[in-house]
Write a protein that binds this ligand. Structure first.
Ligand code: HEM
Length: 251
């Protein structure tokens, strides 16, 4: 506790980076990622059904795409959706927390000399935390606590319930059984990295795709035609997966 933990995003030493990366690299291979696709499909269905439900109302698609991305990340990391889309709200304020971290990182990235005097100052953090009337924001706490909760829940379940789970948490625990033990802090580091690295990035990419397709009528028409043709040819079921697109030669 109260010690700075290096992550794949923060280390600058290539040897240290390699050491952090090695235990999880295989999980980011194409075949492993494709095995996670049903989790995304499940979320796509919830997104589409929710938007159908909201037909006629004005919705902020940017917000929905972020909820969608975050739910997919929860599903692939812990086999547990956060429920952003089902509850239609920022689950435990995680999106706001990440926003706060990014605001800080964005500013401090420009003026790194300030960091040792602010969040990077452990003495100051401890001092402020000990003050009864000062509420110090700790935006990563919820994400770390949630990650720990998911690990604890997984460990307390009967082994028979785990089946052949392809999510990151189950995969890391199986790696341990194969003789590659991992400290709890490293487990939290890798799993919470997914939440921090994978939600905003995916949401922003999805928003950009929608925005630019809508902005560009030629691209919009081309995409619409491709989808219509494939649909009329009966090639697509209601939800087309990446694997099916590959099989059909669309990618
Ligand atoms: C469209 C979505 C995404 C974008 C644009 C994106 C972008 C990036 C970028 C620019 C880096 C830094 C690469 C470098 O420093 O060489 C990175 C690293 C990383 N990303 Fe993503 N990312 C996306 C989705 C995801 C998802 C979904 C996950 C996890 C589930 C993820 C996990 C990671 C991890 C763990 C690293 C560190 C890799 C390393 O240091 O070796 N990313 N990503």
């Amino acid at each position: 506790m109260n010690k700075i933990m290096p992550s794949m995003f923060t280390v600058r030493d290539p040897i240290q980076h390699q050491a952090l990366r090695r235990p999880v690299a295989q999980k980011f291979s194409m075949s492993s990622i494709k095995a996670l696709e049903p989790f995304a499909d499940e979320c796509t269905k919830i997104l589409v059904d929710s938007l159908k439900d909201l037909e006629g109302e004005s919705v902020d698609l940017g917000v929905w795409l972020q909820w969608y991305a975050f739910d997919v990340i929860g599903a692939i990391t812990f086999q547990r959706r956060f429920g952003f889309m089902e509850t239609r709200q920022d689950f435990k304020g995680m999106i706001a927390d990440i926003e706060m971290v990014l605001q800080y990182a964005g500013t401090i990235g420009q003026v790194p000399a300030l960091h040792p005097w602010l969040v990077g100052n452990l003495w100051l953090s401890k001092f402020l935390a000990a003050q009864p009337f000062v509420k110090v924001p700790d935006p990563l706490r919820t994400i770390v606590q949630f990650t720990q909760q998911c690990i604890d829940d997984y460990d307390s379940e009967p082994v028979e319930m785990h089946g052949d789970r392809p999510d990151f948490l189950a995969w890391l625990r199986n790696e341990e059984k194969r003789g590659k033990p991992m400290l709890n802090r490293d487990m939290i580091n890798h799993l919470s990295n997914n939440l921090l690295a994978g939600s905003d990035t995916t949401a922003i990419s999805l928003r950009a795709i929608v925005y630019y397709v809508v902005q560009n009528p030629t691209v919009y028409r081309k995409l619409q035609n491709e989808i219509d043709e494939a649909d009329q040819a009966g090639k697509f079921s209601e939800y087309v997966t990446y694997a099916e697109c590959l099989e059909l030669g669309y990618l």
